[in-house]
Design a protein around this ligand. Structure first.
Ligand code: ZN
Length: 240
């Protein structure tokens, strides 16, 4: 192979590897749960970066009003600061899961540090709510083979998403809804945020409004909202 061509191939491979390490749906670095059965009538709402006052609690009100169970990937250090909110989420029947202790990009963390992030978040959740789900979502969706291996060794199952509301900069609810609407095909895991990794107190009022509108719209269309755990257990509901 010509040196120039080798260089080109290596660059293309590196770019693809980089893409795979951040792509929510990429499976190169090991299998992750991304979504349910395509075209099914199930949707899973997932919320990252909480607990966060007051938006997590406002979200609980909306979810309770519509009898919807959701999945919350929490940051351990916030759970330590607001165990009361984490407890409220768990007591409302939602799935509470691991989103690391400090929300680092795990691609750049050592194996020791990665393990510590997962264990410390697990412990914070254990202290706040006791037994909880074994689901784990890597911050920013970033992972490498060692990340998934360590999660697996800790009996954690890595969960990504296939639909995102792009709500991390507090877009208006209508914009969040439109973005979700463009991607939903059925059987989707939808990524939204009830908090922010930048700190407690982020404004997520628009996400709460968007959540209510999305629930109304998709229930009207015959969709069921389930937790990620329920979606994993019942890959049913495929449109005949
Ligand atoms: Zn996050």
């Amino acid at each position: 192979m010509l040196p120039a061509l080798i260089g080109l191939t290596a660059t293309a491979a590196a770019t693809t590897a980089g893409y795979q390490s951040m792509s929510p749906t990429g499976q190169w670095f090991g299998r992750t749960f991304v979504a349910g059965t395509p075209g099914s009538k199930q949707l899973a709402l997932t919320y990252d970066d909480g607990p966060n006052d007051p938006h997590t609690l406002n979200l609980l009100d909306v979810l309770a009003k519509h009898s919807v169970r959701a999945t919350f990937f929490m940051i351990g250090r916030y759970v330590q600061q607001r165990p009361d909110i984490a407890r409220a989420v768990a007591q409302a029947g939602h799935v509470v899961a691991n989103h690391t202790f400090t929300h680092p990009l795990l691609i750049f963390e050592s194996e020791t540090q990665t393990r510590k992030e997962l264990v410390d978040c697990h412990q914070a959740l254990q202290d706040a709510i006791g037994e909880h789900s074994r689901l784990f979502r890597p911050p920013f969706g970033g992972r490498r083979p060692a990340t998934l291996r360590i999660a697996c060794e800790l009996a954690l199952e890595t969960v990504m998403w296939n639909v995102t509301g792009y709500d991390w900069n507090a877009s208006p609810a209508a914009v969040i809804e439109k973005k979700v609407d463009r991607q939903v095909r059925g059987g989707d895991v939808i990524l939204l945020h009830d908090g922010s990794h930048r700190g407690l107190g982020a404004d997520r009022a628009q996400t709460v409004i968007a959540t209510e509108n999305l629930i109304r719209r998709y229930k009207d269309e015959g969709y069921d909202f389930v937790s990620v755990e329920e979606m994993q257990m019942q890959p049913s509901g495929v449109i005949p």
